[in-house]
Design a protein around this ligand. Structure first.
Ligand SMILES: Cc1cc2nc3c(=O)[nH]c(=O)nc-3n(C[C@H](O)[C@H](O)[C@H](O)COP(=O)(O)OP(=O)(O)OC[C@H]3O[C@@H](n4cnc5c(N)ncnc54)[C@H](O)[C@@H]3O)c2cc1C
Length: 434
């Protein structure tokens, strides 16, 4: 390991390599502590060396050196993944991409940037050309590469779906084969790299979709009844053109954990939406038609609404009510069979965000339930699945099936299994027939 650290210093420069214990610990931590199940397994790995490549060439060199030394390599962005994706379970080298943060080019409908570029930088670059990102996560300081390899969706996902639904048009990827090279992948060939935790290649640059820039306004509404707020949210997503950039709904138990704001009155169900300023009248009408009150419309409030969406709701509730575990849930059954969902998890709190899909817009959400142990939590997940609710498990750092494409790409670009080992489960051998 000393030898690898020295070679990395020679290749990247002294200030781009660290074996300092504090730096190693920071580079080995993410937001896995959001899950009580994963918290019990922490700490789960410690980087021996941390490298900070400043560009794709340095990244390719670092990965090739680790490959030649037979050392595991875990890529890292901002470390905000909330299920341990960036933890180096088998120690080794962590490549922190946050210094590789240049926007390389912006064209009509696309931006190309280095993997460590934060979303705030990407959005600013897009806006300067009259465009905006098709989507970005609520963690706006997180990196492009980290989101593509470890995230799912966010603001913009009502119109553009999950990040694997066409957001990415091309990637330059560093394979872990010993060859110091970049492999260019375009269109569907990028698929096996997306949400694969870097197990099938390290993303050096990415090209992602932009949309024409819009003038967004934050709309704050409140409701007596949860069902009315959900109906209003679905109406906003289905009827407004342009489609809202974000629609979130929180019940009073979650509202109590949100920052004090005149647009989010305590004790009521809150609906917040980022809507095109040109359709504000229609948005107001949809809210009042569903029995709600428009509390406020706020120019410049879109950033606040993003910061209250997706797992930011979990984070805020956990700060005030420790002992809750979150479940990532979706599918129409989540709202259509709401009474059954609540009967299965009495007292659970529900946060919803809008998502567009092939069958039209729907809500995905976070169910926050009292944590009484892993077995009970997994039982709850099974019960929810039993009534048609989609549950993706945020309490494991193993990638979820189906993974055939990821395994095929990993076999090609990481034949020695050195990339983020411990995350890509081995395929279960097919049973012999007969
Ligand atoms: C409060 C909170 C709110 C969140 N909200 C959202 C949300 O709205 N939407 C959402 O999708 N996610 C969300 N997340 C999860 C996470 O913040 C995002 O997915 C984020 O974009 C990850 O980026 P990062 O730079 O922090 O990546 P990291 O956490 O550093 O890495 C994530 C994964 O990608 C791998 N990786 C990193 N860089 C590369 C690379 N260049 N090449 C290959 N692999 C790489 C890492 O090894 C790891 O497996 C949230 C998390 C928290 C804690």
């Amino acid at each position: 390991m000393d030898d690898l650290a020295q070679r990395l210093r020679t290749a990247l420069g002294d200030d781009a390599v660290s074996v300092d214990p504090g730096v190693r610990r920071t580079a080995s931590t993410d937001w896995a502590h959001m899950s009580p199940v994963l918290t019990a397994r922490l700490p789960a790995g410690l980087a021996d060396v941390v490298a900070f490549p400043a560009d794709p060439g340095q990244l390719a060199r670092a990965v090739a050196l680790a490959h030649d030394a037979g050392v595991p390599v875990t890529p890292r962005g901002k470390g905000t993944g909330n299920y341990g994706q960036a933890i180096p379970l088998r120690d080794g080298l962590v490549v922190d991409l946050t210094r590789a943060r240049r926007v390389l080019d912006v064209g009509a409908g696309w931006v190309t940037a280095e993997a460590g570029t934060p979303f705030v930088t990407l959005e600013a670059a897009a806006r300067a050309t009259g465009q905006e990102l098709a989507m970005f996560p609520s963690t706006v300081g997180s990196t492009l590469g980290g989101f593509l390899a470890g995230g799912a969706g966010g603001t913009g996902s009502i119109e553009n779906g999950w990040l694997w639904s066409g957001f990415v048009t091309a990637l330059d990827v560093v394979p872990c084969t010993g060859a110091e090279e970049l492999v260019h992948l375009a269109g569907p060939d990028t698929g096996p790299l997306l949400h694969a935790y870097g197990t099938s290649g390290v993303i050096a640059t990415a090209t992602v979709r932009l949309r024409p820039r819009r003038d967004w306004t934050a709309l704050f509404a409140s409701f007596d009844r949860w069902t009315d707020a959900v109906a209003a949210g679905l109406a906003l997503m289905a009827s407004l053109a342009p489609v809202p950039r974000l629609v979130s709904v929180d019940e009073p138990g979650i509202v109590a954990a949100l920052p004090a704001d005149p647009g989010i009155p305590r004790g009521r169900t809150s609906l917040r939406a980022i809507v095109d300023t040109g359709v504000l009248t229609a948005a107001r009408q949809a809210v009042t038609a569903a029995g709600g009150v428009v509390e406020e419309v706020r120019a410049g409030g879109a950033g606040l609404l993003t910061s209250l969406s997706f797992n930011h709701a979990t984070h805020r509730v956990q700060k005030t009510r420790p002992g809750l575990a979150h479940l990532q849930v979706g599918a129409p059954a989540l709202v259509e069979r709401a009474d059954e969902v609540r009967a299965l998890l009495p007292g659970a709190l529900l946060h919803l965000d809008g998502l567009g899909g092939p069958d039209g817009p729907e809500f995905v959400g976070l169910l926050l339930t009292r944590y009484t142990g892993e077995e009970a939590l997994r039982g709850a997940m099974d019960a929810l699945r039993g009534i048609g609710v989609h549950v993706s498990d945020p309490h494991t750092w193993e990638l979820a099936e189906p993974l055939d494409d990821v395994r095929r790409a990993a076999a090609r670009y990481d034949p020695a299994g050195l990339l983020n080992p411990g995350k890509l489960p081995a395929a279960v051998p097919a049973r012999p027939v007969g």
